[in-house]
Design a protein around this ligand. Structure first.
Ligand code: NAP
Length: 224
């Protein structure tokens, strides 16, 4: 049975990823920050693990818990937006730490642990980034802390791809589209079901030459 690890599956895109992989017959290991958010995932038949990606002990514990798993797909989905700025409003230290710890440091703790498990499965390792992190396609400074965090996440994904790609784990950064979730809001373009269906199709269609690249949910290539 194919195995997927979804980090940050309590709601939004992460929950829908868990739901669709389960519906497709996969074994799904889903992490949630708060265990009271595990019920709906357990009802779907997912295995759940408590993980706040900003908590160093919980990140290390995930590595122990997963031990020698062989993952076909691992997706780091947990993320926060932070302050909804329009210009160059300097974040507070606390705002900076919250966003950078969840979006970047969490990935830098988890990718070294999860990468070898994806190598075991010759699978696909993805981070859910954002087009807002692209520097080449940037037309606005809004949400500059979030943008900086996703640009940094893209950087650590490329380093992960250099590390695990030669061992046959295909590592990519994904933009899910502008999606109707708590983060994306009601006015967003895409239903979460459609974003996730596209992400799953894109991951399934990856080839070795795609390692270290940035893709839209619909499979089209994005520039950094
Ligand atoms: N929606 C969009 O339009 C859009 C566009 C581009 C990129 N993205 C990215 O897609 C990913 C998912 O976004 P979404 O729209 O589904 O957002 P969402 O509905 O706000 O869900 C965010 C998820 O991240 C989890 N999370 C946040 N901080 C965490 C932490 N420290 N440890 C563990 N889990 C944490 C949340 O868990 P709790 O329930 O415990 O808070 C929740 O499961 C994010 O990385 C986001 O940046 C979204």
């Amino acid at each position: 049975m194919a195995v997927a690890l979804i980090v940050g599956a309590s709601r939004g895109i992460g929950f829908e990823l868990a739901r669709q992989y389960r519906a497709d017959g996969w074994r799904v290991i889903a992490t949630v920050r708060q265990l009271q958010h595990a019920d709906a995932l357990l009802e779907l038949g997912c295995e759940t693990i408590q993980l706040d990606v900003a908590n160093v002990e919980q990140c290390a514990a995930l590595g122990w818990r997963l031990d020698d798993e062989r993952l076909d797909v691992a997706i780091l989905c947990a993320g926060v937006y932070g302050p909804r700025t329009s210009g160059l409003e300097t974040p507070t230290q606390a705002e900076f730490d919250t966003v950078m710890h969840a979006n970047v440091l969490g990935a830098m703790r988890l990718l070294p642990l999860i990468g070898p498990l994806v190598v075991n499965g010759k699978g696909r390792l993805a981070v859910i980034s954002s087009l807002m992190g692209s520097m080449g396609q940037r037309g606005s400074p809004s949400g500059w802390l979030y943008r900086a965090s996703k640009a940094a996440l893209n950087s650590v994904l490329v380093d992960s791809a250099l590390t695990f790609g030669p061992q046959k784990a295909i590592c990519v950064s994904l933009h899910p589209g502008w999606v109707r979730t708590d983060m994306g809001g009601d006015g967003a373009d895409l239903a979460v079901e459609d974003s996730v269906a596209g992400i799953r199709t894109t991951l399934a269609g990856l080839r070795a030459a795609d390692n270290g690249k940035f893709f839209n949910y619909d499979g089209s290539a994005l520039s950094w």
